[in-house]
Ligand binder design. Structure first.
Ligand SMILES: [Zn+2]
Length: 192
């Protein structure tokens, strides 16, 4: 039986923590990954980071189809380290399950090298570009307490301020369960 986790909403301090390294791959981690996969699919996401389900550990999953796979399975990244291959960045729209109702353009490195461990603890070093590179950079940011909107211009923040405040207050209607941090409701998103 897979469990569906509530997704931690924008405004919750969990999303601002630096995630801890995973030292040992065990049954628990495997179960968490399976549950995260069910949660991601149910929420119609293409990626999900552990802090988004309330676990501050260095783990994220991405829908295998992003990498050109025909079958859907979670591509697992544990203890990832990212390095840009060159400095060129490209801009494209992103969204986040923790920040529903908003999409904005973000600049990301076009090509990156990623060192990570898989579900069996085996180390890999791979190069990713374009869409996979973008999704990896988005999910990786969750592990260092960063959200994609952090890099957006003030005008984008102003444009979406109302929605951001609603999310903080828990006033959102999405087809998946969310976990809100209601105490954060008095903080303006402009005062980050
Ligand atoms: Zn996200």
């Amino acid at each position: 039986m897979h469990m569906i986790y509530p997704i931690v909403a924008y405004g919750h301090p969990m999303l601002r923590l630096k995630a801890k390294k995973i030292n040992q791959m065990d049954k628990n981690i495997v179960q968490v990954i399976q549950n995260m996969f069910s949660t991601m699919i149910q929420a119609n996401g293409i990626g999900l980071a552990a802090p988004q389900i309330g676990k501050s550990i260095q783990l994220f999953i991405i829908d295998s189809r992003i990498f050109g796979e025909k079958k859907i399975f979670p591509k697992v990244f544990i203890n990832p380290i990212l390095k840009p291959n060159h400095t060129s960045k490209i801009s494209d729209f992103e969204g986040c399950l923790s920040i529903p109702g908003i999409q904005a353009q973000v600049k990301r490195f076009k090509k990156i090298t990623v060192q990570y461990q898989d579900i069996d603890g085996i180390k890999h070093e791979s190069i990713f570009k374009d869409m996979p590179a973008r999704v990896i950079q988005h999910e990786y940011d969750h592990l260092v307490g960063k959200l994609y909107i952090d890099d957006c211009k003030q005008s984008i923040w102003q444009k979406h301020q109302k929605i951001l405040t609603h999310i903080q207050k828990g006033h959102v209607h999405v087809p998946y369960k969310m976990l809100f941090y209601k105490e954060a409701q008095h903080t303006s998103p402009l005062e980050r």
